[in-house]
Write a protein that binds this ligand. Structure first.
Ligand SMILES: Nc1nc2c(c(=O)[nH]1)N[C@H]1C(S)=C(S)[C@@H](COP(=O)(O)OP(=O)(O)OC[C@H]3O[C@@H](n4cnc5c(=O)[nH]c(N)nc54)[C@H](O)[C@@H]3O)O[C@H]1N2
Ligand SMILES: Nc1nc2c(c(=O)[nH]1)N[C@H]1C(S)=C(S)[C@@H](COP(=O)(O)OP(=O)(O)OC[C@H]3O[C@@H](n4cnc5c(=O)[nH]c(N)nc54)[C@H](O)[C@@H]3O)O[C@H]1N2
Ligand code: SF4
Ligand SMILES: [Mo]
Length: 700
């Protein structure tokens, strides 16, 4: 599609449909080439990015609405849906209808979905899959810094650091072009430390790999902090000037002497000391966390412990140093700012804050008293579906919980118990296949909108291809439903119109987008939030955006970072005789998330076509398992079969399964973090055995 003169929303320069790196790419006539002008990828792409256009024209694409599996017209699908929603609401009240969103949705969609729930449905029951993603890091940095921006610095700062500690992130497989920033750092003499129970592709790049037992990062961080204090690396001047609470934190780590931490984590004392030396002696250092450290029932406290370590070393708010969470989904950052979260209104406002309610209600043209309060968090919402107290209808945009939710067998039962399940998607995902109504949507390259990448840089995805007849954008679908619910005028389908309203709704909030326009993003290759509109002081010129928000002060009332003492505790479910192995989970390069998209791309599916479990050779020998054997992995929640991959890069007490296929989430433990409501995806107790001939016959 050629550039329409003067229209910034159409053109070949756009961004990848997948992860939070949001690599810049050109899409023209089905061909993808990388953009050089976007710093996150600067000319790089991973194989998922290179092949992303294939799904635009895939025969597996759905382009006709389905009602109970049968093709129907849009009028029929929307009339039916709105009629059922009205009936369910009339019989059971507004909270009987729930909404589930996704961190892959554009800012405009995430905003509109939150508004749709509160204004068109008047339900409190909305949450999204970001709860399963970076919510623990978000809770921890909100507590510490008063603001949650994944990386509070440009990604290129990483290349200029002298040391990086990466806890539980495998960027070599999850964001391959990210590696160039780590390589840039190392080529300048900087050092990389990685914490991971597996010797991953990322850990292979590291100068030091701490191969901790799953679920023990909190103890490890406390141990590193203990050593940092004992060896004189605490930056007392910085701590006095920029933080509160250090004394309590110092007292709380005194009991975490190195030998004790070694017993809990399996990491040798000498390696801990080396890690602290690398960080403590670096001029500029960074501590980063990924899902490995965060997706635990103690994820918030674990991230807090790493933040405390960073603060003790004097890193956050110093140019070139800091703490950051490596956000995951394409719009994982923006998706958590604009109101699709149960407790939230646009601009990263709290839904229970009267001033926030008044501001947003004015933008929406409703009475603040009519806005619902906070609803259930993602897993609690899924768990309540179809129960006497819970929602009876669910509208789902941008997630595939049948594969990706913890204890997915149970979640699938809950979805089946609904009176109405409506799924908007462009493929028939495992979840869409269960739906009463499937609404076929346009895809990333066929629509425009903004995405906020892992740095907090707001980017413009331009429309680069024409949508197939039959598909409608999520915004148009929401507009069509709103019209039938009597408030269509409040739900325009044009992304720019929605963005302009989002700007007003976010004005004055923590994530203030009011000074960001499509034109500015296009001209500047992105704008960092917060970026307030400065119309009140025109002589000051437009606000430049905020690449490094903490240089002068943190976003807390007194401007200081809050250090909060935390303590280690074992996983929600520890190993025992019956379930003697730690089971952890994560990703492989070729597939994205639940695989709904990438399992439908031929070349990616050829590289990785079935679920496997990684097993250490010693464990394999003990269990009489050979490479390639079919094995059964069991937990207290269920059982799943997988092909054994025997390799020495994993701890002998741990097995790993990717979650891109149905399998591992039949086993995972939905124990939730008390603050973030994050489920414990990254550790549960499991057992493994070779499948017998009988199993194979039964499965055949
Ligand atoms: N290829 C690919 N890339 C992706 C995605 C994808 O699905 N596929 N998804 C995107 C999204 S949404 C996200 S959130 C990011 C996630 O990006 P990452 O956080 O890098 O991904 P994971 O593979 O989930 O987990 C990272 C590592 O944590 C390790 N780990 C497991 N348990 C523990 C533990 O207890 N402690 C520690 N320290 N480490 C542990 C695992 O061995 C794994 O290597 O990736 C994004 N990019
Ligand atoms: N065991 C285990 N489970 C995990 C994790 C783990 O590490 N281990 N990680 C968790 C994490 S970090 C995440 S982020 C979740 C992700 O898991 P999911 O929430 O299931 O994410 P996706 O697989 O990306 O599902 C997105 C769905 O929405 C569709 N879609 C994509 N874009 C759009 C759009 O713009 N509009 C609409 N209507 N549909 C769209 C896609 O086709 C796909 O079907 O999984 C979590 N589950
Ligand atoms: S790293 Fe992420 S954004 Fe970049 S091409 Fe791969 S999937 Fe797309
Ligand atoms: Mo994620």
């Amino acid at each position: 599609m050629s550039q329409v003169h003067g229209d910034t929303t159409v053109g070949s320069a756009t961004h990848c449909p997948y992860c939070a790196l949001q690599c810049g790419m050109y899409v023209a006539n089905g061909e993808i080439t990388p953009r050089e002008d976007i710093p996150a990828n600067a000319g790089g792409l991973c194989q998922k990015g290179w092949t992303a256009a294939e799904l635009l024209t895939s025969p597996e694409r759905i382009t006709t609405p389905l009602l109970h599996g049968k093709p129907v017209t849009w009028e029929e699908a929307l009339d039916y849906t709105a009629g059922r929603l009205r009936a369910i609401r009339a019989e059971h009240g507004p909270d009987a209808v729930a909404v589930f969103g996704g961190g892959g949705l554009t800012n405009e969609k995430a905003y509109q979905l939150g508004k749709f729930a509160r204004v068109a449905l008047r339900t409190s029951q909305i949450d999204y899959n970001g709860r399963f993603c970076m919510s623990s890091a978000a809770a921890a940095v909100n507590r510490a810094f008063g603001m949650d921006r994944g990386l509070p610095f440009p990604i290129t700062d990483i290349g200029r650091a002298d040391a990086v500690l990466l806890a539980g992130g495998n960027v070599a497989e999850t964001m391959p072009p990210f590696v160039r920033h780590l390589t840039a750092m190392r080529s300048r003499g900087g050092r990389l430390v990685v914490i991971d129970p597996r010797l991953t592709q990322t850990a292979r790049l590291a100068d030091l790999h701490l191969q901790a037992t799953p679920g023990t990062d909190l103890a490890l961080a406390l141990g590193l902090l203990h050593i940092a204090v004992a060896e004189g690396h605490a930056d007392l001047g910085y701590l006095a000037a920029r933080t509160t609470g250090f004394e309590a934190v110092r007292a709380s780590v005194s009991a975490w002497w190195p030998e004790r931490v070694e017993r809990v984590t399996g990491v040798p004392v000498a390696q801990m000391r080396e890690a602290v030396r690398i960080l403590g002696e670096a001029g500029r250092a960074m501590i980063l966390t990924g899902r490995g450290a965060e997706q635990h029932a103690k994820g918030t406290d674990t991230v807090t412990a790493f933040v405390n370590l960073a603060l003790t070393l004097g890193l956050p708010g110093r140019e070139g140093s800091g703490y950051g969470c490596v956000t995951g989904q394409g719009n994982g950052q923006g998706g958590r700012e604009h109101g699709q979260k149960a407790d939230q209104l646009p601009g990263y406002r709290k839904i229970d804050d009267p001033a926030a309610r008044a501001h947003v209600a004015a933008v929406w043209g409703v009475d603040p008293a009519d806005l619902p309060g906070p609803g259930r968090s993602a897993y609690e919402l899924l768990d309540a579906l179809g129960t006497p107290e819970g929602p009876r209808a669910l509208l789902l945009f941008g997630s595939n919980p049948v594969v990706s939710a913890p204890r997915a067998g149970h979640v699938t039962e809950r979805l089946a118990a609904l009176d109405l399940l409506v799924v908007a998607d462009f493929v028939l995902s495992e979840t869409a296949a269960m739906a009463d109504v499937v609404l076929p949507t346009t895809q990333w390259a066929e629509e425009s909108g903004t995405m906020t990448n892992l740095e907090g840089r707001v980017l413009l995805r331009r429309q680069a291809a024409a949508p197939p007849p039959g598909a409608r954008s999520d915004l148009r679908i929401l507009g069509g439903l709103a019209e039938r619910l009597g408030c269509g005028e409040k739900f325009p389908a044009d992304p720019r119109t929605v963005f302009d309203e989002l700007r007003r709704a976010s004005a004055g909030g923590i994530a203030d987008y009011s000074g960001i326009t499509y034109e500015r993003i296009a001209a500047e290759t992105g704008v960092f939030w917060p970026c307030p509109a400065t119309e009140t002081a025109p002589e000051a010129g437009p606000h430049p955006g905020t690449p490094r928000p903490f240089l002068d002060r943190f976003a807390t009332p007194d401007g200081r970072a809050r250090m909060v003492p935390v303590d280690h505790r074992p996983p929600a479910e520890d190993v025992d005789e019956e379930f003697p192995l730690y089971l952890t989970s994560g990703r492989v390069l070729a597939h994205y998330q639940s695989g709904a998209q990438t399992r439908r791309i031929r070349s990616l599916n050829q590289v990785a076509s079935e679920v496997f479990v990684e097993v250490h050779p010693d464990l394999a020998e003990r269990l009489n398992v050979a490479p390639g054997d079919r094995v059964r992995v069991r937990s207290r929640r269920g059982a799943a079969e997988a092909v054994a991959r025997v390799n020495a890069s994993i701890r002998p007490d741990t097995v790993f399964m990717p979650f891109h296929w149905e399998g591992v989430n039949l086993l995972t433990n939905p124990a939730l973090d008390p603050m973030s409501r994050m489920p414990e995806f990254k550790v549960c107790a499991a057992a493994l055995e070779r499948c017998t001939g009988e199993d194979m016959e039964r499965d055949a």
